[in-house]
Design a protein around this ligand. Structure first.
Ligand code: P53
Length: 480
């Protein structure tokens, strides 16, 4: 029914990346060490290690990324050729404040983003900027315990105000914390480190630490939204959640209740960001778990006054859950323990469940719950690509993933009335994977000739999906 649907002319087609995953130049022009700089290379099924500082002999893929720091003029040119209207990246906090707790910013770091943004704008591409994307200054982790410490709010807000002022005429769309809800999986040390800079011992209460850190982040986000609007009332400042809807395995009422609790547990961060208050179930839950948090009345007022302008979200996959045979009335949900496989969908080589209808479902769910414009700031398909001798890559599997997801997106807009600002596929140019540290898990329309150990020419070439996406943008989404 929506075949040939055209998105509005001002729709922001583009692509997305994060500083630490592609820039490289990890010590260039005074940059400090971030948490991404102490994460080694993992592999499919082999987790990345986090070392105590940078150790000789270890492989740290984020140190070189795809060398965007030195090659962005060429890349911006390719983005323009594809027809990008916007480009989502992050500002590496450690380029601006190398340790994170300085009063004065590093001018060379600020200048890098001035040059990058000017170059993008010269190519008619507007930057869309995430403030914190898995790249907390390592010093803040070691000296302050990351977001376990309330002082982080001030450090973050100072960073945000500095870049808001500097780029007030170059950037309109901002996001505060990337995928703030990944840490729902608090049993896994990686999201705790990537989201919140937490490195916990076995005697710590990990779940409590996660809720506390997330609270401070939400307060910091709310203060940032207010500060941003004061600096430029035209700023649009969003949150960023990893949207993986969780379905009940069956129509059994207990499974449905379990899925409801799962959605509450994974998306309360969005409730706070968008509605300015904690959902009712959460204090009850924390009370039952005997988790006491530092939440002041001032914090609650701040949350109310600093709600976001739009919902930025990533969408890759959906999840499924079911009630246990002896499920307790509290319907407690934990990740990944409560996941089960979806028998109705295919998976990527990394086990990510492919579900385009889940994108449309999610957009409806968020629209009804949060009543805000949405921005799909990540979507994509990580796959092993095979480069041909002439540099081309025949990535029909990626094209087919995008075709199905863009169709679902257009149905959500055309048939369901979702208010959508833009669409920026993840890793529009090959970069280092956040979860595994591989280059081999590729997402790009543009191939980068580099392997997991940083060997290769780093030359860029166009995959088949490059020409396909170019045609999609050219036709305003009609020609899929
Ligand atoms: P990689 C988990 C689930 C969904 C999205 O992921 C996730 C993660 C954490 O890895 O991360 C986002 O590289 C994230 C990006 C990341 C991208 O998805 O693990 O915002 O930084 O690269 C893809 O395949």
């Amino acid at each position: 029914m929506v075949n040939g649907y055209k998105m509005p002319k001002d729709f922001l087609w583009g692509g997305a990346v994060a500083a630490h995953q592609l820039e490289g130049g990890w010590q260039a022009d005074g940059k400090g060490v971030s948490i991404a700089d102490v994460m080694t290379a993992g592999r499919n099924g082999v987790p990345r290690q986090v070392t105590d500082g940078v150790k000789p002999g270890e492989i740290y893929p984020n140190h070189w990324g795809n060398d965007f720091y030195h090659r962005y003029p060429e890349d911006d040119q390719l983005f323009e050729e594809m027809g990008f209207k916007c480009f989502r990246t992050s500002i590496a906090w450690t380029r601006i404040f190398p340790n994170g707790d300085e009063d004065e910013p590093n001018e060379a770091g600020l200048k890098f983003y001035d040059d990058l943004f000017d170059n993008l704008l010269a190519h008619h591409i507007q930057p869309v900027i995430t403030l914190s994307h898995f790249e907390i200054p390592y010093h803040l982790v070691k000296a302050y315990g990351g977001w376990s410490n309330r002082k982080m709010i001030d450090f973050f807000v100072h960073f945000a105000k500095t870049v808001f002022k500097r780029y007030r005429n170059k950037v309109k769309y901002w996001m505060t914390f990337n995928e703030i809800n990944n840490q729902t999986a608090w049993k896994d040390p990686h999201p705790l480190l990537q989201n919140s800079g937490l490195q916990l011992g076995k005697d710590d209460n990990w779940q409590q630490a996660m809720y506390q850190a997330a609270h401070y982040e939400l307060v910091a986000s709310a203060l940032t939204v207010q500060a941003g609007h004061a600096i430029n009332p035209d700023f649009q400042i969003g949150c960023m959640v990893a949207m993986c809807p969780i379905y009940p395995l069956t129509a059994k009422p207990e499974d449905v209740m379990k899925a409801e609790r799962a959605m509450q547990t994974r998306y309360w961060y969005g409730d706070v960001h968008c509605l300015g208050e904690y959902p009712k179930w959460l204090p009850k839950y924390l009370e039952r778990k005997n988790i006491k948090l530092d939440i002041t009345d001032d914090d609650l007022a701040t949350l109310k006054a600093g709600t976001v302008d739009y919902v930025g979200f990533s969408y890759y996959m959906s999840f499924v859950t079911k009630a246990k045979a002896d499920e307790a009335p509290a319907y407690e949900y934990t990740e990944p323990d409560d996941f089960v496989e979806n028998p109705y969908v295919e998976k990527s080589d990394w086990g990510w469940q492919i579900d385009p209808t889940g994108l449309r479902y999610s957009m409806n769910w968020m629209q009804d719950r949060w009543h805000l414009p949405q921005f799909i700031v990540e979507n994509g398909f990580g796959a092993y690509d095979k480069k041909q001798a002439d540099g081309s890559v025949h990535d029909d599997y990626r094209i087919s993933y995008f075709r199905d997801h863009i169709k679902a997106m257009e149905e959500a807009v055309a048939l369901d009335g979702v208010d959508l600002i833009g669409y920026t596929p993840w890793g529009c140019i090959d970069l280092v994977s956040a979860s595994t540290g591989e280059m081999a898990k590729r997402y790009g329309f543009i191939y980068v000739d580099a392997d997991d150990n940083g060997k290769g020419s780093f030359d860029r070439s166009k995959k088949d999906s490059f020409y396909w996406y170019q045609k999609v943008i050219e036709s305003d989404g009609a020609d899929l």
